[in-house]
Design a protein around this ligand. Structure first.
Ligand code: PGA
Length: 269
C-alpha cells in the first residue's frame, strides 16, 4: 500500500444552502487574506458554494489567482434538456468548477438520491472531465445495528459502477457518517480510520491495490479545528470535507493549517 504522503491532502468546504453571492464574496476574500500567512501550497483547498455563488467565487479566485479550487455540491447526471431545476456538468465546467460532491447524505436522505443515481452522476461528472467526491456513510441506526462496514461496502461498490476504468484518478471518497454530520459529535479518529481503511480495502477488491493506495479518502462530519489534526493524522484519512466550520474563514483556515501540520512543514512533504 502506498504511503499516505504520496496522496495530496485535501480540505474541502461544503457550504450547503448557506450564503448568497454577496456573502460568498466576503467569505472567499476573508479566506484568501487568511491563507496568505498559511503554508497551504501542498494542500488541495476546495470550496463548494451554492450554484448561485459559483460565478462570483470563480471571478475572485481567477482575478487573484487564489490557491483555492472550485467545487459544486451536486449536479444532474443528464446533459441538457427539459429537466426543470437541474444543472449539468457542462454548465459547471464552464464556470471553472473542477470537483463535484456526489451522493452527499443530504441528497440521499432528503432528495431521494439512490445508489444508482449516485453511480450515474459520478459517471456524468467523470465523463465531463471533472473530479467526483463520492460521499458514503452509515446512519445512527445502522451503526447501532453493527452494519457500518456492510453499508460502506455496498455504497462504495454501487458508486464504483459509475467509475469507468482509467477514471479512478479523478475520484475521491468521503466517509461521512450521517450521525456525525452537523451534530457536533465527530467520529473518533479510531472510527474514522477504521471506516476509511475499510473503504480503501473495498476499492482494492473492486479495482486494484495500486488504485486503492493512490485514491484519496476524506473524512466529514463535525470536523473542526480542534479535531482536524487527530483525524488527518490517521494513515487512511487524506483530508476533510467540512460543513459548518467552512463557513467561517478563521476556522476553515485553522483546519487547513492543522492538516498542513500533519504532513510536516511545508505541507504535504
Ligand atoms: P458538518 O458537515 O461539518 O457541518 O458536520 C459535513 C458535511 O456534511 O459535509
Amino acid at each position: 500500500m502506498a504511503q499516505k504522503t504520496t496522496r495530496t491532502p485535501m480540505v474541502a468546504g461544503n457550504w450547503k444552502m448557506n450564503l448568497d453571492h454577496v456573502e460568498a464574496i466576503h467569505l472567499i476574500q476573508a479566506l484568501a487574506l487568511r491563507l496568505r500567512s498559511t503554508e497551504s501550497s501542498q494542500i488541495d483547498v476546495v470550496v463548494h458554494p451554492p450554484f448561485t455563488d459559483l460565478r462570483s467565487v470563480e471571478g475572485i479566485i481567477g482575478a487573484d489567482s487564489l490557491p483555492i479550487r472550485l467545487g459544486a455540491q451536486h449536479c444532474s447526471d443528464l446533459e441538457s434538456g427539459a429537466f426543470t431545476g437541474e444543472v449539468s456538468v457542462g454548465m459547471l465546467s464552464r464556470l471553472s468548477v473542477e470537483l463535484v460532491l456526489v451522493g452527499h447524505s443530504e441528497r440521499r436522505q432528503f432528495f431521494g438520491m439512490t445508489d444508482e443515481l449516485v453511480a450515474s452522476t459520478a459517471s456524468a461528472v467523470l465523463g465531463g472531465g471533472l473530479t467526483a467526491i463520492i460521499c458514503v456513510g452509515e446512519s445512527a441506526e445502522q451503526r447501532a445495528d453493527g452494519e457500518t462496514t456492510t453499508v460502506l461496502t455496498h455504497q462504495v461498490e454501487m458508486a464504483l459502477a459509475g467509475v469507468a476504468s482509467g477514471a479512478e484518478d479523478r475520484v475521491l471518497f468521503a466517509y461521512e457518517p450521517i450521525w456525525a454530520i452537523g451534530t457536533g459529535v465527530a467520529a473518533t479518529e479510531v472510527d474514522a480510520q477504521m471506516a476509511c481503511a475499510h473503504i480503501r480495502s473495498v476499492i482494492a477488491h473492486e479495482r486494484t491495490e495500486a488504485i486503492a493506495s493512490t485514491m484519496r479518502i476524506l473524512y466529514g462530519g463535525s470536523a473542526k479545528p480542534d479535531n482536524a489534526g487527530d483525524l488527518v493524522g490517521q494513515p487512511d484519512v487524506d483530508g476533510l470535507l467540512v460543513g459548518g466550520a467552512s463557513l467561517d474563514a478563521e476556522s476553515f483556515a485553522a483546519m487547513i493549517e492543522a492538516v498542513s501540520a500533519c504532513y510536516g512543514s511545508p505541507a504535504g512533504k
